[in-house]
Design a protein around this ligand. Structure first.
Ligand SMILES: C[C@](O)(CO)[C@H](O)COP(=O)(O)O
Length: 233
């Protein structure tokens, strides 16, 4: 079976003057989260779509799903954890609690704030994780990337041809992901900024699915403005 886990637990502090986290802000009259959920609903092979929500915003999200006619047959809310991987863990617990841990089951994890994800990216992730256990979505960097330890001076110029930027989805065979989470423990989990890192720590290679510029993460006011323009149709 194939499941989706949409990580929507963030509080969106990098968008100014917003009265709600960025995943709830409307673009073109539809909240970012609803747009993301709809993209996953298009994929008929996905059994259930779980949304990990900060407990403070749980009731709000619940009403939003109702208001925008999202069918609770396939889409369910789950209480989010302390951080990204805590939320993924809660989604995994919900899935395995209901369906068990079956070899070959797949979890497609995705940021709620990447609403312009294409069907191609989702399908490529599913296919890639079915073949290879773990994969992520990456895009080449058009900019030179540097390392700095103090934000004042450049410590190192990195080789651009060897660098890519991570997007989501990040997709995994569920039993392998559960096994790695058990091995790593809570402290290590909370230090990782993505979920592929869990699999890397356990020695699994992460296979690359090509991302797209449109699949950007709405993080700042500038991103929100671009998203608003893209949503006008
Ligand atoms: C997983 C991710 O989207 C890859 O770029 C990113 O790490 C998520 O970051 P956030 O801290 O959840 O915004």
């Amino acid at each position: 079976m194939i499941f989706a886990g949409i990580v929507a637990g963030g509080s969106g502090t990098r968008i100014k003057n917003a009265d709600k986290p960025k995943q709830f802000i409307e673009i073109g009259g539809v909240p970012v989260l609803i747009r993301t959920v709809r993209a996953f609903e298009e994929i008929g092979e996905i059994e259930r779509i779980y949304i990990g929500i900060n407990p403070t915003w749980y009731d709000y999200a619940d009403k939003l799903l109702e208001e925008f006619d999202v069918s609770t047959k396939r889409v369910r809310l789950v209480t989010g954890g302390q951080d990204r991987n805590g939320t993924v863990l809660n989604i995994l617990r919900e899935i395995t609690g209901i369906f068990g841990t079956n070899k070959g089951d797949i979890l497609v994890t995705h940021d709620a704030v990447r609403p312009f994800i294409s069907e191609r990216i989702i399908r490529d992730n599913i296919e890639c994780a079915q073949k290879n256990i773990a994969c992520g979505t990456y895009i080449p960097s058009d900019d030179t990337i540097i390392r700095t330890t103090d934000s004042l001076t450049v410590s190192e110029n990195l080789k651009r041809s060897e660098l890519m930027r991570a997007q989501t989805p990040q997709t995994f065979e569920i039993s392998a992901l559960c096994e790695c989470i058990d091995k790593l423990g809570q402290e290590k989990l909370s230090q990782l900024t993505d979920t592929c890192g869990i699999m890397t720590e356990c020695g699994y290679p992460i296979h690359i699915v090509q991302g797209e510029p449109m699949n950007f993460k709405i993080t700042t006011d500038h991103d929100l403005m671009i998203a608003g323009l893209m949503a006008c149709d």
